[in-house]
Write a protein that binds this ligand. Structure first.
Ligand SMILES: Cc1cc2nc3c(=O)[nH]c(=O)nc-3n(C[C@H](O)[C@H](O)[C@H](O)COP(=O)(O)OP(=O)(O)OC[C@H]3O[C@@H](n4cnc5c(N)ncnc54)[C@H](O)[C@@H]3O)c2cc1C
Length: 520
């Protein structure tokens, strides 16, 4: 017999050996010796009250053995001689499109502008140490895309868009910890992601797919509303029948290329702001109601905040407890910050994007001349402003949180996890009013929601600008571009995803659509 039950376990009880066995037996009124095994289905922390509780959902197996394997099977077949589908970009969308093509009996040929994960790591060092951004290999570009050296939070709201569990199981199949199948807010961590990405690469190659690194796509040859060939910067050309375009939201050259070729694009609303960094112990003490260090059993605390200010949402984005702020620019001459954390989330800082909704129809009317690319140009200008005010390097402009809100230049800044360093700058007056004044009001409101959050011990760092795509590449019900029939815009760059899991799910969906399409 198998019974699914919910258990609430206090922090004190959590330290007791076999507590789940004791509690399950008590709850079901059965003898502990009759319980052959317990499978944890879900685990979350309830820290709303000072007495912190762990909520468990478990399957209790009574006089019945635990099933050993996952119900998910990944049926990869040899596709080395199968019909090809070209996939541009090897981020989560491109990787999962390639894996799905293999399952469906098509050969994925992936073209990726960046390098493999190992070589890419050297270019990340160069950004942090020498302030030089390789425009093909950085925190956004390269094997695994923006997902590889990301935070690896796997939480998604896109539950209706596909089989989330399938993606999680596939990540575990490729080496991610099984804990992601259980945690309410699953997280892999930037130190573990490269291995998972490498294993996905091995699967694709082992089953006959192709992956071409350092292969930046620069042009398409189009005839009769179909792309006939893909041209690369290195001079190579691939003739093609079907293309999944999964180049992410930082591939500005792809948007420019499509626009130049008069392929329809649409401006899309997005969000921009700053990243705020607190000492982790401040966030822990607020969220866990504790003074001093958090209990060893508790992970670095996170938060999620939202406030309406003058008809626009101001909200926390990609919060990274125990993490680092990283330089996520994709070109020299711009400063973009983002966040990541290792699997243990054991760094001494907590950082989060705090961003303001930008309504492209109402908020940036001065940019109308750029048509569908108006949001992109606005975003680009803000990143250039961050570059110049940060000192024309990857050093980022920053201010103490209280100085930002009160409108004072900070004479000095707090310690930071941001390796290229910070430079004090008057972000309160540099940011457009649309963003700056809403952020300042938002921070005041957050200080009331989380007592201790509004503090001079936190820095705000500019700019958090790549939250989602400012451009939408349209597609019809067959997931094809309405004007270019063998082009399947995919993932975050198309405007169809907002994180690792939703991009992966969209990759699978586009692969299914491309494999189904009869045109050969
Ligand atoms: C620092 C950081 C932390 C993040 N943390 C999280 C997180 O914790 N959780 C989460 O869900 N999301 C996170 N994200 C966002 C997440 O990484 C993206 O949403 C996701 O990677 C989007 O997937 P994608 O495949 O659509 O695009 P991308 O991952 O952007 O991949 C696009 C790929 O296309 C390639 N490409 C671009 N142009 C060309 C071209 N012309 N020719 C060939 N190849 C090209 C790029 O090199 C890149 O590899 C983070 C992002 C960053 C930068």
């Amino acid at each position: 017999m198998v019974k699914n039950i919910q258990l609430r376990i206090s922090l004190k009880e959590e330290k007791i050996k076999d507590i789940l066995l004791h509690k399950s037996a008590e709850d079901l009124n059965v003898s502990q010796t009759d319980i052959s095994g317990i499978k944890i289905l879900r685990k979350s922390i309830d820290a709303r009250k000072p007495k912190i509780m762990f909520n468990y959902k478990v399957s209790v197996f009574i006089k019945e053995p635990l099933p050993e394997t996952s119900e998910y099977k990944f049926d990869y077949k040899d596709v080395s001689k199968a019909k090809p589908i070209h996939i541009i970009g090897f981020g989560p969308a491109g990787m999962y499109a390639a894996l799905r093509c293999i399952e469906l009996g098509f050969k994925p040929i992936v073209l990726e502008r960046g390098k493999n994960v190992q070589d890419r790591r050297r270019d990340l060092k160069t950004i942090n140490r020498d302030h030089f951004v390789n425009e093909d290999s950085n925190y956004c570009f390269g094997e695994g895309g923006a997902g590889t050296y990301s935070d690896g939070k796997l939480y998604t709201r896109s539950l209706k868009r596909g089989d989330v569990r399938r993606i999680f199981e596939n990540l575990v199949f490729h080496g991610a910890t099984e804990q992601i199948l259980i945690d309410a807010h699953p997280h892999i961590g930037t130190n573990k992601l490269p291995k998972v990405v490498q294993n996905i690469r091995k699967t694709i190659l082992n089953f006959g797919g192709e992956i071409h690194f350092e292969s930046r796509v620069t042009d398409f040859i189009i005839k009769d509303h179909q792309i006939q060939a893909i041209q690369l910067q290195n001079g190579k050309e691939f003739t093609t029948k079907k293309i999944i375009l999964a180049t992410g939201h930082s591939a500005r050259d792809i948007y420019y290329l499509l626009d130049k070729k008069n392929i329809a694009l649409q401006a899309k609303s997005f969000a921009m702001g700053v990243r705020v960094e607190h000492p982790q112990h401040i966030i822990d003490s607020i969220q866990y109601h504790c003074k001093g260090l958090r209990d060893d059993l508790l992970p670095a605390a996170s938060y999620s905040l939202v406030q309406q200010v003058n008809n626009r949402g101001v909200y926390s984005f990609c919060m990274c407890p125990g993490g680092f702020i990283v330089p996520a620019a994709t070109a020299n001459g711009e400063v973009v910050v983002n966040g990541m954390s290792p699997s243990k989330r054991n760094n001494e800082f907590a950082n989060s994007g705090i961003v303001v909704e930008i309504n492209v129809d109402k908020d940036i009317t001065k940019y109308e001349q750029f048509g569908a690319l108006k949001g992109l140009e606005y975003q680009k200008n803000l990143e250039r402003l961050a570059f110049t005010s940060g000192g024309r390097s990857q050093t980022a402009p920053a201010q103490r949180l209280t100085d930002f809100v009160e409108g004072n230049l900070s004479p000095n800044l707090n310690p930071t996890s941001y390796q290229p360093g910070l430079k004090s700058a008057p972000l309160h007056s540099l940011l457009p009013k649309l963003i700056g004044s809403r952020l300042r009001k938002g921070f005041e409101a957050f200080g009331l929601k989380m007592r201790g959050y509004y503090t001079a011990e936190a820095n705000v760092v500019g700019v958090e600008s790549r939250t989602s795509s400012p451009v939408n590449i349209p597609r019809n019900e067959k997931l094809q571009h309405p004007e270019i029939l063998n082009l399947f815009p995919c993932g975050e760059g198309g405007g169809y995803a907002g994180g690792i899991i939703s991009a992966a799910m969209d990759g699978e969906r586009c692969a299914e659509a491309a494999c189904k399409e009869k045109r050969q």
